[in-house]
Design a protein around this ligand. Structure first.
Ligand SMILES: [Ca+2]
Ligand SMILES: [Ca+2]
Ligand SMILES: [Ca+2]
Length: 486
């Protein structure tokens, strides 16, 4: 009630009818924008994450944060690290909330001193494009869930959990996440989380009254450490893992996965573990697609074994870090593998033809390997920099290039090709080039000349300006040409 008093006093009585309308139509969710990296609660000129969560939980304005309404989304207008104040404690989710870091680069840090998030029973949290780091719970018997304790419904996407941990000695479970509720993880990476007892990254328990399935898809677990289940320890009813890569996790039993309950593994790599076998299963295991379990543990049907030839954990594109498949890896284009979805963890299209045999097959794990394109350079009429191509604004330009063969027409990632304004260089060599009339832009491939032609329709409004044309290709490379519009 204290916070509402502030609200009325500051903004005056005219706010009240609007607020009442908001309550009357409370089925509409609100968006609350966090505008600071500070972790405070008070009238200090900022809407902090801590205040925004209370505003969403209570559907009431809190200091500078507007009130939520039903299931709310909290966004960020700043990038950086929000370091939690240990005296204020963990952030508590008591309603249905989405924390969305899209467009920014936000880390929620427990500073090695406090758990980051608690999701209460009966509530939901969607963590989207964030990093949860250095959450820590030390004290026995509460040393569970260093990053998140989930008793409700937790959805994690495009998010990184790194260096979260529990316990100060020999006891502690769920370094990044301890879940007794519903959990679904996609396109996310878990790095160097630790728990002495069970589940270095994730520990799952059945909870009450009934256990719910846990799904993990298109995700990477790297260098997590525990006693049982270096990456994941499971006592949940069913754990379904698909299109994921486990590498370099450490445990005395189940360096990647330790499970007492049913495990369903699909199109997943378990490799480079340290300590016990990659997989330690006390109950039924089922498999679909083709898995690669380096040491053959748990006896999955149709699983490959041996070294998958993974690159180091790196930024290979997308919101999270991944282990690339190196050329020649047995995980690239195994026989008859399908059902891996339309995109890999990075958002690259899959399946892709990774061995040049002309057939696109799903790779095993979270990363789809694509043979790099052999770009010929721009062909006539377009000249490469430093030459400036002079054209008439509003007409079409035939941008030609070769990729050493027919690589199909799906060679551009979303948003490519593109162009952006640039300063004209008065001293540059300018060459007038041939143009065509083009009602729209289009891509084609000519087999006889082994040449791609992208017809670029330019805009009349660009007359009198210079622009850089950017041709970004699906292998991650990009190529530019410079244009002067007359
Ligand atoms: Ca404030
Ligand atoms: Ca709400
Ligand atoms: Ca492939």
């Amino acid at each position: 009630m204290k916070t509402r008093t502030h609200f009325v006093r500051i903004f005056g009585a005219t706010v009240l009818p609007l607020a009442l309308i908001a309550w009357a139509t409370s089925a509409h969710a609100a968006t609350i924008s966090v505008n600071t990296l500070l972790d405070t609660a008070g009238l200090d000129g900022f809407c902090t994450l801590r205040e925004a969560i209370v505003a969403a939980n209570t559907d009431t304005a809190v200091n500078e944060c507007p009130g939520g309404s039903a299931a709310d989304t909290i966004t960020f207008s700043v990038s950086g690290v929000i370091t939690l104040d240990r005296t204020l404690g963990q952030l508590e989710i008591g309603s249905n909330i989405t924390l969305d870091g899209t467009g920014q680069n936000v880390t929620l840090s427990g500073n090695g001193a406090v758990r980051v998030l608690l999701v209460h029973t009966g509530t939901t949290l969607h963590l989207k494009q964030l990093t949860v780091a250095n959450g820590h719970v030390a004290d026995f018997p509460g040393a569970i869930g260093g990053g998140v304790f989930n008793a409700g419904t937790l959805t994690v996407s495009d998010t990184t959990f790194s260096d979260n941990g529990v316990g100060s000695g020999f006891i502690g479970i769920g370094g990044a996440i301890y879940s007794i509720g519903a959990l679904s993880v996609s396109n996310s990476t878990f790095i160097q989380n630790s728990a002495p007892t069970h589940g270095g990254a994730i520990s799952l328990n059945a909870g009450e009254p009934t256990a719910v399935p846990v799904t993990i898809n298109n995700s990477t677990f790297s260098g997590n450490i525990s006693g049982q289940g270096g990456a994941i320890g499971s006592n949940a009813r069913l754990l379904a893992i698909s299109n994921s890569t486990f590498s370099g996790n450490i445990a005395s039993a189940g360096s990647a996965i330790h499970t007492n309950t049913e495990l369903q593994l699909t199109n997943t790599i378990l490799a480079n573990g340290v300590g016990g076998s990659e997989c330690f299963g006390l109950s039924g295991v089922t498999a679909s697609g083709v898995n690669l379990v380096e040491d053959g543990s748990c006896g999955f049907p149709d699983a490959l074994s041996g070294d998958p030839a993974l690159g180091p954990l790196a930024n290979n594109g997308g919101a999270t870090m991944t282990h690339a498949l190196l050329p020649g890896s047995v995980a690239i284009d195994p026989k008859h593998n399908s059902g891996c979805g339309d995109f890999d963890q990075r958002g690259q299209p899959r399946p892709a033809d990774g061995d040049g045999r002309g057939k696109a097959v799903c790779d095993i794990g979270a990363y789809e390997y694509a043979v790099p394109f052999s770009f010929s350079g721009f062909l006539a009429p377009v000249n490469s920099p430093p030459i400036v191509n002079a054209v008439r604004a509003g007409r079409g330009v035939e941008v030609r290039f070769g990729l050493d063969g027919d690589r199909g027409l799906n060679i551009f990632p979303a948003g490519s090709p593109s162009s952006q304004p640039m300063n004209c260089d008065a001293g540059a060599v300018v060459v007038d080039i041939e143009q065509i009339v083009a009602p729209h832009s289009a891509l084609s491939y000519d087999l006889s000349s082994d040449t791609y032609t992208y017809v670029w329709r330019t805009e009349r409004t660009w007359a009198g300006t210079c622009r850089q044309f950017v041709l970004r290709l699906a292998d991650g490379t990009y190529h530019t040409a410079t244009f002067l519009f007359r």
